[in-house]
Design a protein around this ligand. Structure first.
Ligand code: SF4
Length: 226
């Protein structure tokens, strides 16, 4: 049907004529069987981003070995479009923090994050990256990279297996596919009031200064009784 035809065609009853028509997945599948593909700019944009998440070629400790295994033939992260591990943060979308983050290394990790362009995502892979893991009580280990960076996906385990990383990647893809391009819920890279660079901590007299970025992490308050 041409544009002129559609403009002159009177509205008829049925779902396609209703305002704000939003077909269900079942209806879309049915249309697809007839060679009609329904989509929106938002879906197309999110589909493209979610299937080309390129991780930074970067690892910190034992969890990185599992990350490397995920890119090998047996687990084949290429099935999800993420086999292109980039050697430069300028070309990467995804920071997989895979391993123990020592306080000596933390500023470098945040600097790498700052060098990545938006839209970018962060996966905390393994107990160490999430909370310090078995080294949590160590004076030299950061108790979670989320004290400084906005983590999108947490993958527990010590270490998580490659399948767990693939599952985390699929969860990230689902998050990306659900993002709105407009409105108050739009993601960070579409907001003018948020920057993509985060403060890099420095070594103070006793510890990293600041000990956390209050924009992404606040210490939990524990209710005390009595
Ligand atoms: S979570 Fe376990 S396997 Fe991963 S870096 Fe820490 S100690 Fe190593």
């Amino acid at each position: 049907m041409s544009m002129s035809e559609s403009a002159s065609t009177p509205a008829t009853s049925g779902p396609a004529s209703q305002e704000g028509f939003s077909p269900t997945q079942q209806e879309r599948d049915e249309l697809r069987r007839h060679g009609i593909l329904l989509t929106s700019l938002e879906e197309l944009y999110n589909w493209g981003r979610s299937n080309s998440v390129w991780p930074l070629n970067f690892g910190l400790a034992c969890c990185a070995i599992e990350m490397i295994a995920a890119s090998m033939a047996r687990f084949d992260i290429a099935r999800f479009g993420s086999e292109v591990f980039r050697p430069s943060p300028r070309q990467a979308d995804l920071l997989i923090v895979s391993g123990t983050v020592t306080k000596k290394m933390a500023p470098q990790v945040i600097r790498l994050w700052n060098q990545m362009p938006e839209p970018k995502y962060c996966i905390a892979m393994g107990a160490c990256a999430i909370s310090g893991g078995p080294f949590k009580q160590g004076y030299n280990v950061l108790k979670g990279i989320d004290r400084y960076l906005p983590v999108d996906i947490y993958i527990p385990g010590c270490p998580p297996r490659p399948e767990a990383l693939l599952h985390g990647l699929m969860q990230l893809q689902a998050q990306i596919r659900g993002q709105k391009l407009t409105g108050p819920d739009r993601p960070r890279h579409l907001r003018a009031d948020t920057g993509c660079a985060y403060p890099v901590p420095e070594f103070g007299a006793h510890d990293l200064e600041p000990p956390a970025n209050p924009e992404v992490w606040q210490a939990p308050s524990l209710p005390r009784s009595g």
